[in-house]
Design a protein around this ligand. Structure first.
Ligand code: KG4
Ligand code: ZN
Length: 344
């Protein structure tokens, strides 16, 4: 089957065409990162307006790149949740309209779980079930046990911030431009990961949950201390009082603390569930330190390439393939854009 996927949950407009859930025929992503950088984060209204401008040109580009016409498309998959409501509405309205006018079956995809599908794309060694997935994105941090593409159990999650959100907030504190994660990671390369011993959340030895808010506060306290101020000092502008090597050391020590929390829980889950494969997916999976650290686990770890780790429509199309095979069609009038994450 050839599925056309649409992604517009946050600040990337993506359209992809994927064959059999595994081969990418086209994957176009128009990122709005530059638009939002001026504000230090995603502005929902700006994101929605930009999706309106981008979605049709991006779709034409994808169809042209794949060299296919509408008659060759077997179905339309769209990320319908979770995400920013205004952004989701553009993708879902486009998908509904096309499903009706082109008379194609429509598939409603969970964006967060779809990140795992990126590990099955264009690879000669796809992951095996049962698989354990660590999904680390800007809005979510989940450990999920999959017994098949459509059968899963959430076994752990964050109790507060998502890992990517923590990267973005600490990057902002350090005066690094949006998107924070990749910029912080770049700066961390010249820092010492052992310079500061940031705490790891203590949620109990058996817990598969995560927490990053204490770490974030510990970083703020350290930055205030290095700036020669006390805990009452507001966070903005503090970085101007820090030397570049201090910023690099904070970044490296913070990155190390996040990675060690993620990998500790991943290891715990792998010991408990004994999966055949592990997948690390979502935007934070693009992080080089996380990739190195998780690669040391005994079970085979699959990382999508960085370009498929961050938001894209190829993973949405791949998820659509499995809904199609199971006959889980969504009538256009029932497709809803839902900001929250719905897990069955
Ligand atoms: O999955 P994604 O593209 O969007 C969401 O679904 O949220 O993830 C975006 C998140 C952002 O928080 C971004 O800072 C983070 O992924 N990210 C990284 C890196 N690249 C992207 N975090 C750490 N290191 C990176 N190299
Ligand atoms: Zn995502």
């Amino acid at each position: 089957m050839k599925i056309l996927g649409i992604e517009s949950t946050c600040d990337e407009t993506g359209v992809a065409i994927v064959h059999n859930g595994s081969h990418i025929e086209a994957n176009i992503v128009a990122s709005q990162a530059d638009l939002h950088a001026a504000y230090g984060g995603v502005v929902p209204e700006v994101a929605a307006r930009n999706h309106i401008e981008q979605i049709i040109p991006v779709m034409h580009q994808a169809l042209t790149a794949a060299g296919v016409g509408w008659d060759e498309i077997d179905g339309i998959a769209v990320a319908s949740h979770p995400g920013l409501l205004g952004s989701l509405l553009i993708g879902t309205l486009t998908a509904k309209t096309l499903a009706i006018t082109k008379q194609k079956p429509l598939y409603s995809v969970n964006h967060v779980l779809a990140h795992v599908q990126a590990a099955f794309l264009d690879t000669s060694k796809p992951p095996q079930f049962p698989l354990l997935a660590l999904i680390v994105s800007g809005g979510h941090t989940l450990l999920v046990h999959f017994s098949s593409h459509l059968e899963y159990e959430v076994i752990g999650g964050t109790r507060d911030d998502a890992a990517g959100e923590a990267f973005d907030k600490v990057a902002k504190l350090l005066g690094l431009a949006y998107p924070g994660g990749p910029n912080l990671s770049r700066v961390a390369r010249s820092g010492n990961p052992k310079a500061f011993d940031f705490p790891q959340a203590k949620l109990g030895h058996e817990s598969l949950d995560f927490s990053f808010s204490g770490l974030k506060t510990a970083v703020l306290r350290q930055v205030q201390h290095l700036a020669g101020l006390d805990y009452r000092a507001p966070s903005h502008g503090l970085y101007e009082r820090l030397r570049p090597n201090q910023i690099a050391d904070i970044a490296a020590s913070f990155e190390q603390a996040v990675v060690s929390e993620l990998v500790t829980k991943l290891k715990l889950a792998a010991n408990k569930y004994a999966p055949r494969s592990i997948v690390v997916a979502g935007g934070v999976a693009a992080n080089a330190v996380l990739r190195q650290s998780a690669a040391m686990l005994r079970t085979a770890v699959h990382f999508p390439p960085p370009s498929l780790s961050t938001d894209n429509a190829a993973m949405i199309a791949a998820a659509g393939e499995h809904l199609a095979r199971a006959g889980l069609v969504c009538p256009p009038e029932q497709l809803e854009a839902t900001p929250t994450l719905n897990l069955k």
